[in-house]
Structures are given as C-alpha cells and as structure tokens.
Ligand binder design. Structure first.
Ligand SMILES: Cc1ncc(COP(=O)(O)O)c(C=O)c1O
Length: 450
C-alpha cells in the first residue's frame, strides 16, 4: 500500500470533524462560555494545539484513562504530554498531597524530608547534588546560566530539532547552516545566533568544529531527540560528545525530561552516560509542577565558589514557589513509591507490545514507515527509515495525515499527544488498551486506502 493520498486524508478528516462536533455538545457549550475570558479560549493556549475544532474538556482522569464532560472515556497515550507518564493521580502521590495539603503548601523554607529526597535523587540518577525548580523549562534556564557563570563563556550549543522548554537560547534551528529563531515564535529576542550554536544531532565533525574555539559553556541535549519525532543516537555518538566536551572544557547537560521513559534512571543510567548536569521535569513528581537538576561534585564546588554567591539574592535563578512543601511531598512519593522497577517493567512490556503491533500493522499493509521506542515511549514515523537528525525528521513529517489519524483515534476513545506520533505507556496501561489503539489505527489506514 502506498502512503495515503491527500484527497482521502482531507475527506476522512472532514467526516471525523463532524463526528467530533456532533458527539461533544457539552464541550461545544463550554468552548463558547470560556471564549469570553480566556485568550485563545483556554487557560493555556497549547490546549488548542489538538487536531480538534474545540478542545476535549476533562471531567476527571485516573491511571491510564481520561473522562470528558460529554461522557466519553479515553485510553490515554498522551498522558499530559509526559507529565502523567506514571498514570493520572498515582495513588502514593495523591495520598502524599492529601497529607501535606493541610500542613502548609509553601514556605520558602526546606521541608523536614529534604535530606532524604536529595539522597533518593542521587541514588536514582548517580549525581550527588541537586536543586529544584517548578518546571523543566526553568531547570534548563537555570543550568544554562550556571554553566555560563562557572565557565565564563557566553555561548551554549543545542541540536537542531531540540526542545528544552521555552528557554530563549534553545528556541533556535538551523536554516542553510545558519542559526535562526524558530518559526512561529511570539516576540523572540533579537539575534538568535548571539548566544547559541546549533549542529545536527549525530554529526560529530560539526560538533567538534562548533566546540573548537572554546567559547561554548555547555552542550544541552536530550540523550535522544524526542520532540521532533524521535531521533536515536548513532552508536558511539554519546562517547564522542562526552570526549569532545571534556576536551574543550564545555559542560555536558543531559535533559532527561522525556527520556525518563527509558527506565528508572533515564538513558543516563541505562547507557552509563556521564553528564556534568542532568535535568528532569514533567513526570518526576507524578504530574505536580516540579523539576530537578543535578550536578557532579566538582561542578558543585565551582558553583559554590562563584564570587556572586557571597552577595545576597541576585542569582537570577529560580522562582518563589520552587521546592514548595507540596512539590516536595509529591516528589518524595513519586521517587519512592511510583517510579519503581516494577512500574518501568510494566511500561516497557506494554510499549514492546505496541511497537511490535505497529510493526506488524505496517508490514501487513506494506506501508513505508517505521517505529522506534525509548523504553515506554513509542513513536510512529512517516519516513521510510529512522531519521538521523532533526532535519531528516522534519522532512518526514506529514502534518495532515498525522492530525487526521489522531482525530480518528480520539473519536474512538484513544488519545495521542497532538505533537507528532508519540505514544506513552503508563504503569496502568492495560494490554487491551494497546490492542484497541492498534485495531483503530488499522481501521483508519484501511479506510484511507480505499
Ligand atoms: C526534553 C524537554 N525538556 C524540557 C521541556 C520543558 O518542560 P516544561 O514545559 O514542563 O517546562 C520539555 C517539554 O516538552 C521537553 O520535552
């Protein structure tokens, strides 16, 4: 079977749009009401990024199931775009929140359990020293500032196709070899190349050239790109990245926010990576606003020796509610009772079931696409072969097909993230839910082939 034709995609999309509208009268009503007082009609404009005429309004969510206000239940493979990777409201986190909520929410003072929580982070990720923020974005903003502070260098380096949150220095891309602000940005700061160098993932010579003059404070990277489809590291790439950054005195920062799906300590632990700093957010406290960054002992010593540490309150890092008492309670419960080896085993087992089912589904239809996986994170790519970098991954995107398939699945009770074809498996995802996803996707593809 050839890839679906544009006319078939458009026709299916239109039919499914009408189906969605007819099936969600309460959602339509709430859309009208909320339009009055919210910009873009929603409290956060990303909620309009779904391939829907109006959003699904959530009634409640638990485990791997989300229920909407029109009475539909969804098998959730989006899981809050990773924030709920360990399931919605994991019981230990919900209980810890209920215990802490009447005992103080935020105090800008350390809670009694911080020593224990720091030790748990250290044991899990292998770095001895930690800080907390409220979001992975803020953790990344912080580590880049710290890297500049300790190295005295102004530049940072990221890979084309990366996403590390709304950190200005990282919202850049390569266009004909030049660093440019990414398209669609609202109000980007001036010159995108002023502070950032960008190279293609897996391109060791380009990386070596970009680091050669010793002006780069840090490389910030995911172990594998997960925000532009999925791009896995070529064999030996991480070893070269570590060697080159060490040779040039550049710090290596690994952002495990999405690749935590790989296992209990993310790709860093699984693949014995050796970052100077590590960032993790989103799911780390079970979906509560919370992120962490860790660092090696030598780096901690360098940070604590920065002269500005002697002065008070001008670090430019952090926000008032960071490490609040509620976030600490959620983080401790998630690290200790939710992110267990057994949970990761279940997640990976279901992800393998999905991966193999997708491969079989494509093979049966001789569709020229591919499937990749990082632990509990599965990605269906529309390219014939896995992309080796952000450029190849971008070239393989099929936005109209993607949005049509997502809408079709949503109309049948299967929720996929609105950004590319990422599917996440939680500790509560049942094999039957995986099979439902596969059979609905097969039906969509068969309809498109007619
Ligand atoms: C790898 C990575 N880092 C950081 C972030 C930012 O997370 P947040 O939006 O929670 O700040 C994201 C968000 O998608 C991400 O994918």
């Amino acid at each position: 079977m050839a890839a679906p034709a544009a006319a078939a995609i458009t026709a299916l999309r239109e039919r499914e749009r009408l189906t969605f509208e007819r099936a969600h009268p309460r959602g339509a009503e709430l859309t009208q009401q909320s339009a009055r007082h919210w910009q873009d009609g929603v409290p956060f404009h990303w909620m309009r990024d779904w391939p829907l005429p109006f959003p699904v309004f959530v009634r409640d969510a638990a485990g791997a199931t989300l229920n909407d206000v029109d009475g539909y239940a969804y098998d959730d493979f989006c899981l809050g775009d990773t924030g709920a990777m360990f399931g919605h409201s994991p019981a230990p986190v919900a209980q810890a929140l209920a215990r802490q909520a009447p005992r103080g929410l935020t105090a800008m003072l350390p809670g009694e359990r911080v020593a224990v929580i720091g030790a748990a982070l250290s044991a899990r990720f292998g770095l001895p020293c930690w800080q907390m923020t409220q979001t992975a974005t803020d953790a990344n903003r912080s580590v880049l500032r710290l890297a500049r502070a300790v190295t005295g260098r102004s530049k940072v380096l990221v890979f084309d196709g990366c996403y590390h949150g709304t950190v200005d220095e990282t919202l850049v891309c390569l266009v004909d070899g030049q660093v440019r602000a990414r398209s669609g940005l609202r109000g980007p700061p001036g010159d995108a190349a002023a502070h950032t160098r960008v190279v293609e993932f897996n391109d060791v010579p380009a990386l070596a050239a970009a680091l050669a003059d010793g002006q780069v404070a840090a490389v910030l990277c995911e172990p594998a790109l997960t925000n532009m489809g999925m791009v896995l590291p070529a064999p030996g790439f991480h070893a070269q990245l570590r060697r080159l950054t060490r040779e040039r005195g550049t710090l290596l920062i690994i952002d495990e926010t999405h690749t935590l799906s790989a296992g209990p300590g993310g790709c860093t632990r699984r693949d014995a990576l050796e970052p100077d700093m590590l960032v993790c957010g989103k799911a780390i406290a079970g979906g509560m606003p919370c992120a962490v960054y860790g660092m090696t002992e030598p780096l901690r010593a360098r940070i604590e020796a920065i002269p500005a540490n002697a002065e008070h309150g001008h670090s430019g890092l952090g926000t008032t509610l960071s490490a609040n008492l509620l976030a600490l309670a959620a983080l401790e419960a998630c690290l200790g009772e939710v992110m267990t080896d057994a949970a990761f085993t279940h997640m990976a087992t279901q992800a393998i079931r999905l991966e193999q089912g997708l491969i079989a589904l494509l093979a049966k239809r001789t569709l020229p696409w591919h499937v990749q996986r990082i632990g509990a994170r599965v990605e269906l790519g529309f390219g014939a072969a896995p992309a080796r970098n952000g450029r190849e991954s971008a070239a393989a995107m099929e936005p109209e097909l993607e949005r049509t398939l997502h809408l079709y699945l949503l109309n049948r009770g299967v929720l996929l993230t609105p950004f590319h074809n990422m599917m996440l498996l939680s500790p509560q995802t049942a094999p039957a839910a995986v099979d439902r996803l596969l059979s609905h996707l097969a039906a969509a593809l068969d309809e498109l082939a007619r």
